[in-house]
Design a protein. Sequence first.
Length: 473
Amino acid sequence: MLTDIQLVSQFSRELGEDYRLAKSYIRDVPTQTLLQIRSFIHRLTERLAKSQHLTFDSPNLYDRIETLNRERVINVRLTRALHRLRGDGNRGAHPEKYHLTSDALQELAERSIERLAKLVADLYPLLHHEDAPEYQFTPSDAIAGRDLCYRAVMESDPLAQYLVGMSLKTRGLMQKEQEDALADNGDAKAQSNLSEQSFRQAAYWFAQAAPFHHDAMHEHGVSLLHGYSGEVNRSAGEEAIVKAAKAGVANAMALLGYFYLVGGEHIEVSHSDALHYLQAAAALEQAEAMANLGVLFYQQADYVQAFRNIASAAKAGFPHAQYHMALMLARGEGCQADPLASEQWMAEAAEQGQTDAMLYRAQQMLNNENALGNDFSVAERYLREAIKYGHSVPAMIELSIALADGILGRIDVVGSAALLNMARQRANERELAVIEPLWQSLVTQINSVLAIADKEDEIAALKRASELLSEPF
């Protein structure tokens, strides 16, 4: 019986090598696995189109998959499988934006590579006109990771050094997010700052590989801009980004285009240069570049072009673009107004962790009986994640009201008071004006219930809530 790697190699020698590489990175660089999977899907769609003498009119992977479905090259089930893998691949580019832990990221990479093998088996008859041979999927091991480290250290292999740096950077980003969440909760563990060590190590490997590897040059620039090694050097960072952008690195072109859009330390605003680099990166399907290109056109009141680019970024799986696409569909900016499509894209953005979308969806679920997917448990999850990852004061206020009024199926005055207290500390003047009457109302509610409460646990909870609101507004 074949292994999964042998199956994919028999399906296509070129894709077999891509698959082998993707699988080899699972344990140590799962983000690279997911990016390799996305590249694999790109090449796979080309093979499928070529087999049916089709020509794509868009480089966007979402559009390519939809074209194959529309032309009935693949059925609905295979279309969904391709879109799922496309979405998994998108998470590899910016895992921290999807609030994934290291374990969750590795599990996602494992599941995705197994799904990819199954997809190849399902597509085998389409390209080879015979059933796929039987195969057995074998889990990944740590041998490839050890080989990667050996090549980085002993052979000074720039690619290996770059990948080791990416592994450490991803770990640092996730550790930083966890440290920030612990700090917000007053947890002493937040002081460990493991992320600093990971970032410092990542910066070292990026610096080693940068002179010989264009992607490493980009990451080296990013590390200098953010002070991974402990000290920010914006001038050198921007210089490295420029070098990588001129070498054709999509992420570097996207970042340089953004700098030209808003200005950098030594980069002056230039809409013509911003347009040049953002378009170049967008042509390589860099989702943030597509989104920022949309912003550029929006600023110029060219809403049709703005919508077209933001839609491309949304279809590429970029949550912020999905949120803004939902807003444009609701308003009919650059497109025909479509409330249902707006709700669907807002729901997609929320599921991918976009904090504004999560707040909007939660508010709709709690306050609009006709909202799409009306589920109070999901609404609570969205609000808590918007608070945890976005420090959203409106989400704190919304959840506080829901807990005090029993909208979620229970009354939790301690939780409500704690959220109002947290919101007050972070609020601006407009938000404070909203919080004050809620604060006074909750104090009155607590005092009224305390006067008649007779259960010890209830009295203790009410007193704790009262303590949280004891400071005069």
